[in-house]
Structure formats: C-alpha cells, structure tokens
Design a binder for this molecule. Structure first.
Ligand code: APR
Length: 261
C-alpha cells in the first residue's frame, strides 16, 4: 500500500470505529507473528510445514486420556518448538494497540483464536478465548479452569478437584466442541457488534469465521488488517494490507488526534 492509501484507509477505519456503538476484534495467529509465534497456514505456518491435525484429535484423547497426557508431557519436536516460541513470546505493538482501543472506550471485546495469552499480558481485559488458553487446564465435565502450573499432576489423567471429571489442557483440540459458555459469549458479542476488526486471521476456521459474516448480514462494518488477502477481503469496508503491529497503532493515533471517544 502507498503511504497515501494507508493514510486514507486509517482515516476511514478511524471514522467507522468512532461512529460505531459496539466494536469487536476477531483476532488470529497473524497478530502474534511479530512476537515470533509461527502462524498455521502461512508460508512458514505450522500446519503448512507439518500437516494439519485431523479431526480425530479429541476422539483419541477421549479413547486414551492417559496416553494423551504422556504425549503432552513429552511432546513431539515440532510441537515442542511451537510451545517454546509461545513461551518466549511477548506482546507486540498490535496487542498493545488493542489494549489502548479498549482503554479509550472504542473496543468492547476481543474474540481471539490464539491460545498464547498475549492479549492478557498486554493488559487487555475483555478477552474471549474461543480456542482456549495454553497456560490453563480445564475439566472436561464442569469446565472448571486452573493455571496449569498450579494444578498438581499426581496421576494421569489428572482428575478435577470439583467433580472428579478428567482434566485436559484448556486448548480446544481439532474435533473438540467449543465449550458452551465460551461460544455463547462469542455469539452474544457478535449479535451486539456493529463493527468487527478482522486482525491476522485467514478466516477459514469455523465457528470463528462465521462471526464476521453474521455482522455483515446484520448490516455491520468489517475492517480487515492482514498483509494477505482472505475470503473476507471483498466483504470488508476497509482493508489495511499490512502487518497489524504497524496498522493498529496508526488507527489508535488517528482516534486520539480526532479527540473522539
Ligand atoms: N499482521 C497481521 N496478519 C498477519 C501477519 C501480521 N504481522 N502475519 C501473517 N498474518 C496473517 C496471514 O496472512 C494469515 O491470513 O495472519 C493469518 C494467519 O492465518 P492462520 O495461520 O490460518 O491462523 P488463524 O486464522 O488464526 O487460524 C485459525 O486454525 O489451526 C487452527 O486453532 C488454530 O486458531 C487457529 C485457527
């Protein structure tokens, strides 16, 4: 994008955000790319390099949760590298810009597909983790959650201290249903949303990819921030074809200058 095109797109995005009542950001792996966390489907993406897991992941867990835990405690090299990159990651300007938008009253919620906990580390408050959080464990029965480093693993599989259900990582596996309470909150935010920011997502994984289509169907606006085209680019009112770590701070700055909010 030329500087003029960036300026015009930032201006347009800021105008839409300032005139919207309920702004929600739908976020994907791209926002954390600038923090050194690989994406999934990009050129260097985890699935591009190692193949996408099949939808039987969760079935395998349920068939043999002990074996699943043994593999979690001794991960395959490619997953160990991924976990190491997430563990070492710190938020970037994209994460901090979303926190600023929330602080300024322009952003009401973040629906993140990321499991890396970087929104919370950046200080964002209203974060809905549709695919879970890698730093947490969850009971498969009552959905109780714990910080993973505070839950005693004294047997495999570990059992819930509330209901004795089987405990697993909070991360949602392929083939696993999104926890009901989380999905309900996403649907509720989408229903209220009149402007959705699409940040660093290829928008091909459902149900998350459905939310922008629902916002559109209900007459809301879409603003895409992504260096690459996605299936939602033509549906979007504004497209910033650039990294989120560069684009989002420009939008915050424009809103601050306009004195809106
Ligand atoms: N800024 C913004 N977007 C970026 C950046 C960046 N710096 N770098 C890459 N991107 C974009 C890519 O162009 C791509 O469109 O981020 C997107 C990442 O897409 P995916 O790798 O498919 O990640 P995501 O959309 O989050 O995947 C959804 O799929 O595999 C599952 O559970 C996993 O949550 C994940 C879900």
């Amino acid at each position: 994008m030329t500087d003029e095109a960036v300026q015009a797109a930032v201006e347009h995005a800021a105008t839409i955000i300032a005139s919207s009542k309920h702004v929600v950001a739908l976020v994907g792996a791209g926002i954390s790319a600038e923090s050194g966390v690989p994406t999934f489907r990009g050129a260097e993406g985890l699935w591009t390099k190692h193949g996408e897991p099949d939808l039987r992941d969760y079935d395998r867990f349920r068939e043999d949760p002990r074996r699943w835990w043994e593999r979690r405690l001794n991960p395959a090299p490619e997953m160990a590298d991924f976990s190491a990159s997430i563990a070492a990651a710190v938020p970037n300007d994209g994460h901090f810009a979303l926190k600023d938008l929330e602080d300024l009253g322009f952003l009401q919620a973040i629906i993140t597909q990321n499991i890396d906990n970087l929104h919370q580390v950046a200080g964002s408050i209203h974060v809905i983790e549709i695919h879970g959080n890698r730093t947490k464990l969850r009971c498969t029965v009552c959905s109780a959650r714990w910080p993973a480093d505070e839950f005693p693993i004294d047997q495999l599989p570990p059992s819930c201290t509330e209901c004795s259900g089987i405990v697993k990582g909070d991360t949602v596996m392929f083939g696993e249903p999104i926890p009901r309470e989380v999905l309900d909150e996403c649907v509720d935010e989408t229903r209220k949303c009149d402007c959705m920011l699409l940040i660093g997502t290829s928008a091909v994984v459902y149900p998350a990819a459905q939310f922008p289509l629902d916002v559109r169907r209900l007459g809301g606006k879409l603003i895409e921030v992504n260096p690459e085209r996605t299936p939602l680019s033509d549906e979007s009112d504004v497209v910033l074809r650039m990294p989120s770590g560069a684009a989002l701070p420009l939008i915050v700055e424009r809103l601050r200058q306009s004195g809106a909010g």
